[in-house]
Each structure stands twice: as structure tokens, then as C-alpha cells.
Design a protein. Structure first.
Length: 725
């Protein structure tokens, strides 16, 4: 059976065309090939300059040589007037904006492209365009010919300039070729472009609703969407049902393709036996690999000896008491003794149970051995907290592994970390892919201690590594439950422990005056009370800075009490008239605004969740500087999409951080987000003050509803594939 392939490019010239049948022989310029390729098939109205998408197969003709025999040919028009206007108005040509671009299109119409390329001096016929601007337009147009043609093509297919630029950055000069071959790549590779956009492009490119490429993409998409909910695996029947709904196709159309998709390794099928029943799951290949590698590497680490001799640790209780001026409780002493004798271990406990004290005690105990010890956490803020609490240098995990701009890591199996002990804090935030990277870079001789609160929200990425490891029983688990006296006096700490035990927090019985609950009638009432609290009541009573020290948390981004609406309301009262500002993506940014980094930027060493204040904006140079806790970082205006206003952030984005004061909103409209772990995580972000604004029934629902476990095969693998031999 001949495998169908896709060829794409631009018609260089038409060798033969028979109007009656549409049969044509075309010479097509394909990106990356020196000579045009010969394409044979039915192509009505073919002419030079049109973009071609052909499906078929290669064949060698004894008389004519190598040819592409097309079973179907889709011809796409060159750039539209709107496309040229959007390109000119995109800011690529200094001094040309939307108004001038529109005048050019109105004046020259379909001849505009020809005028720019052959007679650019004629551009000065348009009022507002002088000889210099005309020359500049022609110069930029010709110098960026390849990228320009790609951007124009994408716009002609309904993709606006900002998205088109991201596609060009991702795929380079092969962008058109790759998208014509598989437009569904957009949903997988380009941030901000979803499956619906890719599906619409596929339809415009002539891909039918039941095409195999679309069905494959649908199966892949439901697995990708599952990762957004934290799942790394889906039962086969559920995946097929979800894909059938997504594509509006019969279930059988997806089921019949499944074996082929698995055989091609686009997806991985794993059958596990539970309670005597076999069940098959589908996984993305990278998540299947991650689960397998985590199991294999942990088993291998566990089989190797400790990097230190426990006997040489000496009289650690005296050292801890002398160096740290603390007397470990009996439970802490037992936990510390276990850590000193364990190659792998997990330290877990809620607020006030002494996890940080135990880490400090472990470091003090090992001090005489002069070991190479590294401390790391998933976020920059968590790493800074770790440094402050232990006095030991700490970094983000990404920095430790030397992340590069291509989202890879320089530290790996070929270049492992030079360590005797790695301590990872906030381990509940570590997803499958990050844990795989850590374990790959960890040398066999090194010990590993995972520190975290098992009751916190699971990571934003797929998997629930800490929970699976604890439940597996493969590693020693040191669970701290005793709340120490000073922490026990905190209403925040007591309330958080009540919540995680399924009890309503006692806001009224709060002698510490640090934890309050306020009932609100509806979303409008919540927004009004929130602004009053942030602007006046909390700053007046507790002397806290409303921008730097008060953080608003909410479960969602959209809606009247989502982050987007709340940020606009808070910006209007906290920074209403900034000295300088600019707008990007419908959001106004001004000097003095509180912002959050929304993605990892390894080049600047700022990471998802880092908070900062805009210090300066240079509108002429289109630059802004954001002051993060310890340094300033400069962005171009086009890079401001990495930033979001952060007067209010989601609870998920707050993981790993602590704030002097937290205001949490819980509304009935938050629906399925009202979960116990979310409430607990939000409460434990507050150091000095917590205020919960809750509608009737919302707080009660959150307390009563535990977070469902994520679908994953890691636990099964830890139980069944653990091999230390």
C-alpha cells in the first residue's frame, strides 16, 4: 500500500493544463528544494503564484523522471487586500500605521503589491506618504520577502498578524509547508491558538471533516486537553467518545483509526490490570516516557548506597541544638534520623508542622561532612522563600538544570548534576515532565529529599507525582502532624487545618485577629467590598501597602469576579493615572502597575508566577522595565504578552508563594473550582492576614468537596515495574 504524502509550495509555472478535465502538469517551488517539483493531477484554474496543497505519492516515470502524482490538489489565492493592509499596519515599517495602510489599499487596490515591487515612487501619490516613507516601505517589503509572503499567506487564511508572527517565529521559512501538510500543528505548537482555529484553517485548506489527518488530530487533541486538567492518561473508550464529540463524527470513525495511531507512535496504549480487570489507557508519548523513566530512575537511585556514612554524622542532636538553638520534638527527631539514613525520602506536613525547621536541622547535621548539597523549588518566589528560611543558597529547578531557550535542559544523563544531596521544596507543584528531567540529571550516587504539603493543589502540569509517590510506599514518608505552639496560635493555620479535615474554618473564634470571613450577596457585592478592603480598610487598620503587600486570589480568570475583571477594577483605584502607559492586547499597562510573569523566560531568568512592579516605560523605544524582588528586567512592548496585571491572580498561579495579606473570593459561580484543596492552598498563602469573601453556600461547598484524583499510570508503574536489581 502506497503511503499518502503532502506536498506544498507555490506554482512556478504551468507546463500543461486541459480546461475540459482540469488535468494539469505543474512545476511547484517547494521550500528547501533548489529545483521546482513536478506535480500531476486535477487543478482547475491553476496559474503561477498560487499556493498549492497536494495529497498523493511520488512515482518515477521512465520518460519524465520523478513526479508527484496528486490524488487531490487544493489551490489557495495569493494575499488579499486585507492581508497586505494588515502587514503594512503591523508596525514592521516605521511610520506606517493602520490609517496609512488603509489609504494605500484604497488608492491602489489589487495593484498595490505590484506598485511596491516595481514602482515604489508611486506610493507618494497617497497623501501622508513622502518619498522617504515610500522608499522605506519598498526597502522593508523587499528585505523581508520570505517572511512577508508567509505572513500574508497566513492572514489570507484568517490568521491575524500577532498569531501569524508567532507561527513564523516557531516554524521559520517552512511555515507554509508545515501548515499545508498538517494545519493541526497549530493547536499543538503555538501558544494561544486552539484546536478550533486549526480546524477552521484545515477546512479552508480543503481537508474534509472525516479526513484521516483530522481524526488523528482529534484523538491527539483530547489527550492534550486532558493534560490541562492534570491527567496523563485516559481510558480508551473515554478518549474515543471525547474525540467523536470534538469532531462531530461517529464513534466508529475514531475507533477504526486507533490501531494505526498507536502503531505510528502518535499515541501510546497501555493495558493495566486492576481488581482482576484489564483496562487500556491512552497516553501522549512524552508522558508515557516520563512515567516510565521516573519509575526506572527512582528504583535505580534506591539501589545505590548513601553518598555519606551515617556513622560519620556524629552527635547531630547536639549540633542541631547548638547551631540552630532548637530542640527537636520526638517526632521531629525520629524523622531527622530517618532522613540521615535514607537515600530517598519524602517530608510532608501542613503549615506550622516544622518542615522548614527539619530541613535546617538536616543541613546542620550534615555540615561536618562537607557534602555537595543543592536546594531548589519550582518557582522563583518559592526558591527565595527557601533561601530566606534556611540560609542556604537555593534556585529554581529550571535554573539548577540549566534550562535553555528551546525548553530543554543542559543538565541531563550526559551531563549530570555534581551533587551528593538534592532537596526539592514545594514538591506538590512538580509535574511529570519536570520530575523526569530532575531524575535524569541526578547522578546515581546522589540522595534526594522531596519536601512538600501533600494537601496542596496538584501541579498545573500533568500528573500528581508527590501524591503517587506517597501512596506507592516505595519511599520513606515522614508525615508531620504536630502543630507547634506559635503556629497553633494563628487563626490562619488553625483554619487551614480545619478545612483540610473537612471542617468549616472558625473565623469568629479568632483571638489572633488574622483570619476573617465576610459574607457577600452576589458578584457585584463581592467586587464592591473587595475594592473597599484593598483601597481603605486593610491599609488603614493593618498598615499594609495595597499594591506590594495585599494579594487578591480567585479561582478563575473570566467573569465578574475573575482575575481579568478584578484587575481592571483594582487598577482603576490603585493606579488610575500612571505617569506613562501603553496598551497591549486590550490591557493597559502603566508605571506603578503590579504584574506577573505568565511563562518561563529562561533568557531573562524570570519564571511563571514571578511578581513585579513596572518601574519605567519608554514609549519611543517601546521598552518597559519591571522590578522583580531583586532586580530589574527589560521587555519590548511586543514581549508584554508574557506579562499580566497581578492585583488579582488565580489560586493556581499563587502556588509556591506567600503574601503578607490575602483576600480570597469564593462565589457560587466558581462551580467545580470550589474544592477543598484550592481553599486550603489559598489560605496557606497568607502570612499575616487572611480575608475570605464568600457567597452563601460557596465556602461550604469548597470545604465539603475534595479534589478528585488525576488519571495517571505512575502509581501502577511504581507498584508493578519497580526493579532495583
Amino acid at each position: 500500500m502506497t503511503t499518502s504524502r503532502v506536498l506544498s509550495g507555490t506554482i512556478d509555472h504551468v507546463v500543461f493544463h486541459q480546461p475540459a478535465t482540469g488535468f494539469a502538469v505543474l512545476r511547484v517551488k517547494v521550500p528547501g528544494r533548489a529545483e521546482p517539483s513536478t506535480v500531476i493531477g486535477k487543478a482547475p484554474d491553476s496559474r503561477p503564484g498560487l499556493v498549492v496543497r497536494a495529497e498523493g505519492y511520488w512515482q518515477d516515470d521512465p520518460s519524465w523522471g520523478r513526479q508527484f502524482q496528486a490524488t487531490s490538489i487544493t489551490l489557495l489565492p495569493p494575499a488579499s487586500d486585507d492581508g497586505i493592509k494588515a502587514y503594512l499596519a503591523s508596525g514592521v515599517i516605521k511610520g506606517v500605521g493602520e490609517a496609512l495602510a488603509e489609504k494605500l489599499v484604497e488608492h491602489f487596490g489589487k495593484n498595490l503589491r505590484q506598485v511596491i515591487e516595481a514602482a515604489p515612487e508611486r506610493l507618494a501619490e497617497v497623501p501622508g506618504i513622502g518619498a522617504k516613507t515610500a522608499h522605506r516601505i519598498a526597502e522593508v517589503w523587499n528585505s523581508e520577502s520570505q517572511s512577508r509572503d508567509i505572513l500574508l499567506f497566513l492572514e489570507s487564511q484568517g490568521i491575524r498578524p500577532a498569531r501569524a508572527r508567532r507561527i513564523l517565529d516557531a516554524y521559520g521559512d517552512r511555515a507554509i509547508q508545515r501548515l499545508l501538510a498538517d494545519p493541526f500543528l497549530l493547536a499543538r505548537d503555538i501558544r494561544g491558538i486552539g484546536f478550533a482555529t486549526a480546524d477552521l484553517l484545515a477546512e479552508r485548506l480543503g481537508i474534509t471533516g472525516d479526513a484521516a489527518i483530522r481524526r488523528r488530530a482529534g484523538l491527539f487533541e483530547v489527550l492534550r486537553q486532558a493534560t490541562e486538567y492534570g491527567h496523563s492518561a485516559l481510558p480508551v473508550d473515554r478518549a474515543i467518545d471525547d474525540a467523536a464529540r470534538l469532531l462531530n463524527l461517529p464513534r466508529a470513525a475514531l475507533a477504526e483509526l486507533l490501531d494505526e495511531v498507536v502503531a505510528e507512535r502518535r499515541l501510546v496504549a497501555r493495558t493495566v490490570t486492576r481488581n482482576g480487570q484489564d483496562e487500556t489507557f491512552l497516553l501522549l508519548p512524552e508522558l508515557d516516557r516520563a512515567e516510565s523513566q521516573i519509575t526506572r530512575r527512582l528504583a535505580r537511585l534506591a539501589a545505590e548506597p548513601l553518598p555519606w556514612n551515617p556513622v560519620l554524622v556524629g552527635d547531630w542532636p547536639v549540633r542541631v541544638k547548638t547551631r540552630l538553638a532548637i530542640e527537636p520534638s520526638s517526632s521531629q527527631a525520629t524523622a531527622l534520623a530517618t532522613m540521615l539514613e535514607s537515600k530517598l525520602a519524602i517530608l510532608t506536613g501542613g503549615p506550622g508542622t516544622g518542615k522548614t525547621s527539619l530541613v535546617r536541622a538536616l543541613l546542620a547535621s550534615l555540615e561536618p561532612l562537607e557534602l555537595k548539597i543543592a536546594l531548589a523549588a519550582p518557582t522563583g518566589r518559592a526558591a527565595r522563600r527557601l533561601l530566606e528560611s534556611t540560609g542556604h543558597e537555593a534556585s529554581t529547578i529550571h535554573r539548577l538544570l540549566e534550562a535553555d531557550a528551546n525548553r530543554g535542559f543542559s543538565r541531563n544523563a550526559e551531563r549530570p548534576l555534581e551533587l551528593d544531596l538534592l532537596i526539592l521544596d514545594e514538591a506538590s507543584m512538580i509535574d511529570l515532565l519536570l520530575m523526569e528531567a530532575v531524575l535524569e540529571a541526578l547522578p546515581d550516587n546522589a540522595a534526594l529529599l522531596l519536601v512538600g504539603d501533600k494537601d496542596q493543589l496538584p501541579p498545573v502540569g500533568p500528573g500528581e507525582v508527590l501524591g503517587d509517590l506517597i501512596e506507592s510506599g516505595r519511599l520513606p514518608v515522614l508525615a508531620l502532624t504536630e502543630i507547634f505552639r506559635q503556629a497553633a496560635e494563628s487563626g490562619i493555620v488553625r483554619g487551614a487545618h480545619q478545612v483540610i479535615n473537612g471542617e468549616m474554618p472558625a473565623f469568629r473564634d479568632n483571638p489572633a485577629a488574622d483570619c476573617f470571613g465576610i459574607r457577600v450577596k452576589d458578584q457585584a457585592d463581592a467586587a464592591t467590598k473587595l475594592v473597599e478592603l484593598v483601597k481603605e480598610r486593610i491599609p488603614d487598620r493593618f498598615k499594609l501597602d495595597p499594591v506590594a503587600e495585599i494579594q487578591v486570589l480567585t479561582p478563575i480568570n473570566r467573569g465578574p469576579v475573575g482575575t481579568q475583571a478584578l484587575n481592571q477594577a483594582l487598577q482603576a483605584v490603585l493606579n488610575p493615572e500612571p505617569a506613562v502607559g501603553f496598551e497591549r492586547g486590550g490591557v493597559r499597562f502603566g508605571v506603578g502597575d503590579k504584574v506577573m510573569q505568565t511563562e518561563n523566560d529562561h533568557a531573562r531568568e524570570v519564571y511563571n508566577g514571578d511578581l513585579g512592579i513596572i518601574q519605567s516605560i519608554d514609549t519611543s523605544a517601546k521598552l518597559l522595565e519591571v522590578r522583580f524582588e531583586d532586580r530589574g528586567v527589560v521587555y519590548g512592548f511586543e514581549q508584554a504578552e508574557q506579562l499580566a496585571l497581578a492585583y488579582a491572580v488565580t489560586v493556581h498561579k499563587s502556588q509556591g508563594s506567600e503574601y503578607p495579606a490575602v483576600i480570597l473570593l469564593l462565589m457560587r459561580e466558581h462551580g467545580r473550582m470550589l474544592r477543598r484543596q484550592l481553599l486550603y492552598t489559598a489560605m496557606t498563602r497568607a502570612r499575616r492576614l487572611l480575608v475570605v469573601l464568600a457567597a452563601t453556600g460557596a465556602l461550604e461547598r469548597a470545604v465539603a468537596t475534595p479534589e478528585p484524583r488525576r488519571l495517571s499510570l505512575l502509581g501502577h508503574r511504581l507498584a508493578n515495574d519497580w526493579k532495583t536489581g
